[in-house]
Ligand binder design. Structure first.
Ligand SMILES: C[S@@+](CC[C@H](N)C(=O)[O-])C[C@H]1O[C@@H](n2cnc3c(N)ncnc32)[C@H](O)[C@@H]1O
Length: 248
């Protein structure tokens, strides 16, 4: 079992740049009706494979209680519930309209009893300490107002030995692919996003936050500061997304 590391300056310097994340969930309510379509389109459906990759890193024990933060329209929650070892999956999100889409998807599956959706803040979870075997968050940690507070909450609600799995966008290593990817992020993605969702600001926000969010070792350090052990970063699809794993 670990003791927490001495508190360090809370936020990573890169987190003080870029657009404000305060109440950003309101923006997700505005684009909820186009969220899934744009997710699949703009990532060339890689998002589906990335979420399945997360699920493969669940702890190996049975009867798992899993919490999916910033669950949005529920795709990761549904992937988690399909794992036989998972007995309970809870999704939390601030955006009621995103949760309404999640609810509709769950109703069409056999997971109505084993899942719950709760409107709530990842920074102030209403769960007891040591309640979950795994806590996941996909493309959510970049959107919270305080990353350190979200990681602290994840750590608090995990049982000792439990696992945090964090999927987030990152940047490929420098070189031609990074240049092409930045061009895509800055010029193509916001235009396609604006055209389909009718909300240009939301897709400008996406590229601005991806470009100023700590990734790789810098993000692993943020996790270690909150006490996580055996922290690892696995770059996916040439580094445009990364899965972070850490144990309590
Ligand atoms: C990019 S979406 C990710 C949705 C989903 N996890 C996925 O993989 O598609 C980010 C989500 O984070 C939610 N969110 C932002 N801040 C939050 C907070 N403080 N607490 C809970 N959810 C939050 C938004 O409402 C939105 O649904």
């Amino acid at each position: 079992m670990s003791t927490k590391a001495t508190p360090m300056p809370a936020q990573h310097p890169m987190l003080d740049t870029g657009p404000s994340r305060v109440e950003v969930w309101r923006m997700f309510d505005r684009i909820a009706h186009r969220y899934d379509l744009l997710n699949h389109l703009l990532s060339f459906r890689r998002d589906v494979a990335w979420r399945r990759h997360v699920v493969r890193h669940l702890p190996t024990s049975t009867n798992l209680r899993v919490l999916d933060l910033a669950t949005g329209t529920g795709d990761l929650l549904l992937d988690l519930c399909q794992v036989k070892r998972v007995s309970k999956g809870i999704g939390v999100d601030m955006a009621g309209k995103m949760l309404a889409f999640a609810r509709r998807k769950i109703v069409g599956t056999g997971f109505v009893r084993s899942t719950s959706l709760i409107r709530g803040d990842a920074l102030r979870l209403g769960f007891l300490d040591n309640s979950f075997d795994a806590v996941t968050i996909a493309f959510g940690i970049r959107n919270v107002a305080r990353v350190d507070a979200a990681l602290e909450e994840m750590y608090r609600v995990l049982r000792p030995g439990g696992r945090a799995l964090i999927l987030e966008f990152s940047l490929p290593p420098s070189g031609l692919f990074q240049k092409l990817y930045r061009f895509y992020l800055r010029h193509l993605l916001p235009r396609i996003g604006a055209m389909i969702s009718g909300d240009g600001a939301a897709y400008r926000y996406l590229h601005e936050t991806i470009e100023c969010f700590p990734y790789g070792e810098a993000f692993c350090d943020l996790m270690r500061r909150q006490g996580f052990q055996r922290v690892q970063a696995q770059p996916l699809t040439l580094g445009i997304a990364t899965l972070y794993c850490g144990d309590k």
